[in-house]
Design a protein around this ligand. Structure first.
Ligand code: 2RA
Length: 319
């Protein structure tokens, strides 16, 4: 009974996908871990014989989570089609397919229904996008939203094990400048418009997930010396004037949100790390403008939890 699931990529996100499949008791008949090279690896405290990620490895797989490297040479671009042709539904954590009009980009608390329109491939959003849309969705539903300005304070585990080593061991070459006791306003490459790829992901993905193609989104993405947990300062122009109580109530009752009520009860990455929810605090409202602080574990709701929730939507599992 259950599903044959493959996790492609034995990095930090792959580790958390295994952890979330176990923690949420996803119905598993078989769990395979695949990577570029065969080896033994421990994921979420569990020993795995990691197989080679090659077409035949997807025979019999019902759901394949891709959490490996992105880009033309990455596993998702190279193997998602093979997995789908062998009957798997692919849930890709990477950015390769997110903006493809044929590929649903899904955050279950926001647009769960989009998952069923898949053609074999569903994309998980960028971590900094996911936590933001979880908090924007209740405001859009209640008041309408017209403009978003966000600054992010992103943990180094968003860059994988290399990012953690850059922070903890001073590993060079991961970031353009030392990350220790520093702040680096550059995540990804800079486009012709001056936005980094991280900022562009937030701008474009937010519009697609929320179904608001004309939504104005302005983003500045910054890397800070925190291990895990992305923080964001969000400014949003609502469709109408609102009171603080109305905005707080909309956020407090939103799925996936844990609200920290008082001004001096603010959430931080250290507390959020390890928790699959998105934490909101420091809410301020002035006319039709709401501002707030939100924090979430970039490896959980920002990646693994959201991906497993998409799989739960597909198989009709309610946790
Ligand atoms: C980062 N959002 O934090 C990107 C990819 N996880 O580096």
């Amino acid at each position: 009974e259950g599903y044959t699931v493959a996790v492609v990529g034995a990095g930090l996100v792959g580790d958390r996908i295994v952890a979330e499949l176990r923690r949420r008791d996803f119905p598993l008949k078989e769990l395979r871990v695949l990577a570029r090279t065969a080896r033994r690896a421990t994921l979420a405290g569990e020993e795995f014989e990691v197989g080679v990620a090659e077409p035949e490895a997807f025979d019999g797989v019902d759901i394949a989570f891709f959490a490996g490297t992105e880009g033309e040479k990455g596993a998702a671009v190279q193997l998602a089609g093979e997995a789908i042709s062998r009957g798997a539904v692919v849930i890709d954590n990477g950015s390769d397919f997110r903006m493809d009009p044929e590929v649903p980009l899904v955050v279950p608390e926001v647009n769960a229904g989009a998952a069923k329109d898949h053609n074999g491939l569903i994309a998980n959003g960028n971590c900094s996008t996911i936590q933001m849309v979880v908090t924007l969705a209740p405001l859009a539903r209640e008041f309408g939203i017209e403009k978003v300005i966000v600054s992010t304070y992103q943990a180094v585990s968003g860059s994988g094990r290399g990012g953690v080593e850059a922070l903890e061991d001073g590993r060079e070459g991961v970031y353009p400048k030392p990350i220790d006791r520093n702040a680096i306003p550059l995540i990804g490459g800079v486009g012709d418009d001056g936005y980094t790829s991280e900022e562009t992901k937030m701008r474009l993905e937010t519009r697609k997930i929320m179904g608001l193609p004309d939504l104005e989104v302005f983003a500045t993405a910054v890397r800070i010396p925190v291990h895990t947990g992305h923080s964001e300062s969000v400014y949003v122009e609502l469709g109408r004037e609102a009171t603080l109580d109305e905005v707080v109530e909309a956020l407090r009752s939103a799925p996936g949100v844990t609200f920290s009520g008082d001004a001096d009860d603010f959430p931080t990455p250290l507390e959020a790390a390890g928790d699959p929810n998105t934490f909101v605090g420091r809410v301020r409202v002035e006319g039709n403008v709401a501002q707030y602080w939100c924090v979430s574990d970039n490896l959980l709701k920002g990646a693994a939890t959201n991906a497993v929730q998409i799989a739960e939507e597909l198989v009709g599992v309610r946790v």
